[in-house]
Write a protein that binds this ligand. Structure first.
Ligand SMILES: [Zn+2]
Length: 272
């Protein structure tokens, strides 16, 4: 499942292909929007915005909301290129003279009016969006201090979009490693310095993942790992998918854990 940095990168691609350009063809196959986007032909796309794992595309007085859940995916092609031939079902296609943007397989699609966006049940409950470049470390730090989160265990809390929005499985492991914190602790057990470290780590790791296409280690480490034959899914991280390998910082063996059936990997020496 894509995490914040991947959704924001997808928004960047859609923005580049769509904003300020006139739509020449629109398909709305998803039942919630079928027949409702016909008026978009001949109009310009005004904005494309990612909010945690949701995408918002505005044309005139309407905003197309989509959340990819597990299987949804946006593709961007040249308008002259045939659509991909695969088993996914087309939900929405937005086509202008140069590009064709298509949403596949997403189950959660709807049309909102601009004033409805902030009150949408998914968007209204989100914490600070860690992959949004406008989010500040001070906002994240203040949110970490909120009473409602203090009794929660970090392993579960890190995936709660009300806490830090945009964090999924790989970011959880990587952020907790960078912060030096053991995921079995409760948030309220962290002292102020540890909470500072958690806020900083969330920013550092997520921005790196955004700019480096999912790579959370520095690019030099990534290159060295790749050249020594390590698979990309392990080479790109400090701990995630690196169980049994040596920690880059202390050489201890990375340990694999699972929480609620989802992978969570840690360095038992660096994370206390
Ligand atoms: Zn270590």
């Amino acid at each position: 499942m894509p995490e914040g940095p991947e959704i924001h990168r997808a928004a960047d691609r859609l923005r580049k292909a769509l904003v300020g350009k006139t739509l020449v063809e629109v398909h709305a196959e998803h039942p919630a929007v079928a027949g409702r986007l016909d008026g978009w032909v001949g109009r310009e796309v005004e904005s494309v915005e990612a909010r945690s794992k949701a995408m918002l595309i505005r044309v005139g007085d309407h905003v197309l909301y989509s959340h990819n859940q597990l299987y949804g995916r946006w593709t961007v092609n040249r308008a002259s290129t045939a659509p991909p031939d695969w088993k996914r079902s087309l939900r929405v296609a937005l086509i202008n003279r140069t590009h064709a943007c298509r949403l596949w397989s997403a189950s959660d699609v709807m049309l909102l009016e601009p004033w409805e966006v902030e009150g949408h049940p998914y968007i209204a409950q989100l914490g600070p969006d860690i992959a949004d470049l406008l989010t500040t470390v001070a906002e994240v730090r203040a949110h970490i201090d909120e009473d409602r989160f203090q009794r929660r265990g970090l392993a579960g809390l890190m995936l709660d979009q009300r806490f830090i929005a945009g964090v999924g499985n790989y970011l959880r492991s990587e952020i907790l490693f960078e912060a030096g914190v053991d995921p079995t602790r409760r948030l309220g057990q962290l002292n102020a310095n540890e909470k500072d470290a958690l806020a900083d780590a969330a920013m550092i790791i997520t921005r790196r993942a955004y700019h480096q296409k999912g790579v959370t280690v520095d690019l030099e480490t990534y290159q060295i790992m790749r050249e020594s034959g390590v698979a990309r899914r392990s080479a790109r991280h400090y701990v995630f998918h690196r169980d049994g390998m040596a920690c880059h910082r202390c050489q201890s063996t990375i340990v694999h854990g699972r929480v609620g059936g989802r992978r969570l990997d840690v360095c038992p020496a660096c994370q206390t």
